[in-house]
Design a protein around this ligand. Structure first.
Ligand code: FPP
Length: 250
């Protein structure tokens, strides 16, 4: 190194190694938050949208670059139609109100799930948001909508089987790598940390393939209350863990 160049800052390697690059969140507890206040479930979802804005900001400040959120599962279609339409409206408002700001902040938006089930209007909004932000690189927000991981895996298997049937792919070419790159999440790193709020301790059909080596953190906090202190607790807990990917610690 040229002696006139400034000495580079040396960070403790653990500080860098232990910050999650990709955080996934199951935002649970909106309904209970509302119920405990005698409010309709929609009020919980609205507060949930505020918690999302706040968390995105806090992730970005903390140095996390990828956030993937479970906003609407394939099973959520079984909820009462009023609640479904409230959730869809909330999504539309969120995109309408936030898109420009997100774009200015360099956020790239992606949507995963069976988007064909959404209304044409919403689908159009999602396509617009995706295209507008596709060159952004500062932060990657992925919203899972009408998403079910088993469905995603089956759909991927069907796509690859069709390629084999059409003579475009050999079965021996179907590797873990190709499979990963054929999922809805193609191009995203696997989540390092997955947080579920609301006290439940299950995955509920979210990112089953992608979370093979993900660390899990279950928080008692209901999603609308999830704040910087909760995020910091999860990040600090993650920082203490040793990720071995099946190898031994020695
Ligand atoms: C789970 O809580 C939450 C959902 C099914 C919806 C998540 C949606 C938001 C946070 C709204 C904001 C999202 C966007 C993209 C604008 P629940 O209703 O199952 O809560 P409960 O377990 O307490 O009943």
């Amino acid at each position: 190194m040229n002696s006139s160049e400034p000495t580079p800052l040396i960070y403790p390697s653990s500080a860098i190694r232990h910050l999650p690059t990709h955080l996934a969140i199951i935002m649970d507890g909106n309904g209970r938050w509302a119920k405990s206040r005698g409010l309709p479930r929609t009020a919980g979802h609205k507060k949930g949208a505020d918690a999302l804005r706040r968390t995105l900001d806090n992730c970005s400040k903390a140095g996390i670059n990828y956030l993937t959120i479970y906003a609407f599962s394939s099973e959520n279609w079984k909820r009462p139609s009023d609640e479904i339409s409230d959730l869809m409206q909330l999504l539309q408002h969120y995109l309408h109100n936030e898109l420009e700001t997100l774009h200015e902040k360099g956020v790239r938006l992606r949507f995963i799930g069976d988007l064909s089930k959404l209304s044409k209007e919403i689908y159009g909004q999602l396509e617009h948001a995706k295209h507008l932000t596709e060159r952004n690189k500062d932060f990657h927000l992925t919203i899972a909508l009408s998403y079910g991981s088993r469905q995603e895996i089956v759909h991927t298997a069907q796509k690859l089987a069709q390629l084999v049937k059409d003579g475009k792919l050999e079965t021996s070419q179907i590797t873990e790598e190709l499979f990963s790159q054929s999922l809805d999440t193609a191009g995203l790193p696997e989540p390092d940390l997955l947080i579920r709020t609301g006290g439940e301790t299950r995955l509920s059909n979210f990112l089953l393939w992608q979370s093979a080596y993900t660390e899990f953190y279950f928080s008692q906090t209901l999603w609308p209350d999830f704040d910087k202190a909760d995020l910091d607790s999860a990040i600090n807990d993650y920082a203490k863990r040793e990720r071995r990917y099946g190898t031994s610690s020695e």
